[in-house]
Every structure is written in C-alpha cells, then in structure tokens.
Design a protein around this ligand. Structure first.
Ligand code: GUN
Length: 273
C-alpha cells in the first residue's frame, strides 16, 4: 500500500516562506487575474488563488469580463495591467479568438509562464518565469524526498502547460532526470509506464493509469482533475495504490502546488522588477 504525498501540507510550507518574504517587502506584490466568461472550473480555481493570495499578503484583483469581450477590449486591459501589476494572468480556457492576446502580457509579468519568451528561456535553460504546475511538481518531488536526479521519469501528456515544460525542467542540468515523454500517439504506453521510477500522469482522462502499468515501488504524480459522476478524480486509478510506493491524491496533491507557485512567481516578479 502506498503512502500519500501531501501536496496541501507542502504547499503550506512554501506559503509560510512566501508570507515571511512578503512581510519584509515595502509594499504588497500586485497580481491581476482576468476571467472571461463563466467556466465553473475557472471560478473555483480563481477562488483558490484569491484565498491563497490573501493569506500570503499579495494584493489580488479579479477582473471578470463577459464571454463576448473583443480582442481590442482585452488588449487594452492587458496593456493597462502590464503597467500597474507585478503579475498578470488570463485564466484559461478563453474563446479561441482571444488566445493571441496571451502573447501581449509582458514576459516579466507572465507569472503563469505561458508566454513564448518564457517557454523559450526554459528550452535554453535561462532563468525566466516557469509554468506553475511543472514548477510545483519539481518542488513536490524534492520536498517529499524524491529528488529526480538519476531517476527515469515517464511523463504521460505533452501539453504546452504541463507535460512539455515539465519534461524540460526534469532534464535540465542540476535536476538530471532521464525523461520519457509519452502522448496520445505513443505505441506500447503500458511498457513505457512500467519502466518509470517516477510516473507523471497529465492527460486529463479519468483513471487511465492502471495498476498493471506501474512498476512496484514507483512514485506517482497525478496531475489529472476530472469532474465525473463520482466527483473529482485524477488520471490515476485507485488500484495503483496497491503497487506504488508514494502517490499524490486528487484533490490535495498537485493542485495546491500550482496555486502556491503562482504566488511564488508573483513575489519573484515584484522583487525583480
Ligand atoms: N486553467 C487551468 N489551469 C490554469 C493555470 O494554471 N493558469 C491559467 N491561466 N489558466 C488555467
């Protein structure tokens, strides 16, 4: 039976460190979150971000715009917030026509780490804003005693927000994992997963990683957040707990780490700019 990697508790540790840092600053770091439309998941993520920001001492402003917001209107808001804020994010998903506006966020204010300049820096191993979920997973591994150095990490899912940047971070000098990046077209997914010392599931498909895909003693990081008739479930099936040594729960694993890394990026931006 596996033990739990408590993301909530580790996120709290980081929160405490950030609160002390912010307490020593002359003014509160400023973070703006732009929401477009009424996606229920977005509303719940923004609530979690606002609660954490308030505990850390970050001044978070929530801008809620209608779904029919024009490109020009969003561009104007981003241009203004680029000047007034330390951090600025646009909560995804947004209508496709508005997606190019994401590139208008100043890279130094891009505390989500989604801007092509920040992703380019990640490829080059240069310091920039690192996407929050991958950064949170790296922190979670170190702080739970699972340093990735020399380990074979299999990442399932090649999204721009999670799988691809995570594979880059893990293989960077100093982190030194050996990474296999699997995706929807991977042949023999079972065999690849079975070789993992650390298996990261970031697909968005409920219970797709099953017990027979996991090496006994492996560490499992479940990034999935799937709303099903049985409630919120991850990408990893419950029976994996019979063979894994450690596993992140859903909820209470990666989710709180993503939120606290957003706060960490905001503090970093406020200190550097
Ligand atoms: N939607 C789901 N996760 C995220 C995130 O980390 N950042 C933004 N901007 N939108 C999201």
């Amino acid at each position: 039976m596996s033990s739990i990697i408590d993301g909530k508790k580790i996120a709290k540790e980081i929160e405490t460190e950030l609160t002390a840092k912010v307490g020593a600053m002359e003014s509160a770091p400023r973070l703006s979150v732009v929401q477009i439309g009424d996606d229920p998941a977005s509303a719940s993520y923004i609530k979690a971000k606002a609660n954490t920001a308030s505990r850390v001492g970050i001044a978070l402003t929530h801008h809620h715009l209608p779904v029919d917001t024009s490109v020009k209107e969003l561009e104007n808001l981003v241009d203004n917030l680029n000047e007034s804020e330390d951090g600025l994010i646009i909560q995804l998903p947004i209508p496709k026509a508005l997606e190019p506006v994401l590139e208008r966020i100043k890279p130094e204010n891009d505390v989500d780490g989604f801007h092509s300049e920040n992703l380019g820096k990640l490829v080059q191993g240069i310091s920039g804003m690192v996407p929050c979920t991958p950064a949170g997973i790296i922190e979670l591994l170190y702080r739970s005693g699972n340093a990735p150095e020399g380990k074979h990490v299999v990442v399932v899912g090649r999204s721009t927000i999670v799988g691809t940047p995570l594979s880059l971070l893990l293989s960077q000098k100093g982190v030194d994992a050996t990474v296999t990046l699997c995706h929807s077209r991977t042949k023999s997914l079972h065999e690849h997963c079975k070789k993992a010392d650390i298996l990261v599931a970031a697909v968005g498909k409920a219970n797709m990683i099953t017990k027979d895909m996991v090496k006994p003693g492996a560490v499992i990081i479940d990034v999935g957040v799937n709303r099903t008739s049985e409630g919120l479930v991850g990408d990893v099936s419950h029976d994996v707990r019979d063979v894994a040594s450690q596993i992140t729960p859903v909820p209470g694993g990666v989710g709180p780490m993503t939120v606290v890394m957003l706060m960490s990026n905001t503090v970093k931006s406020a200190l550097e700019n």
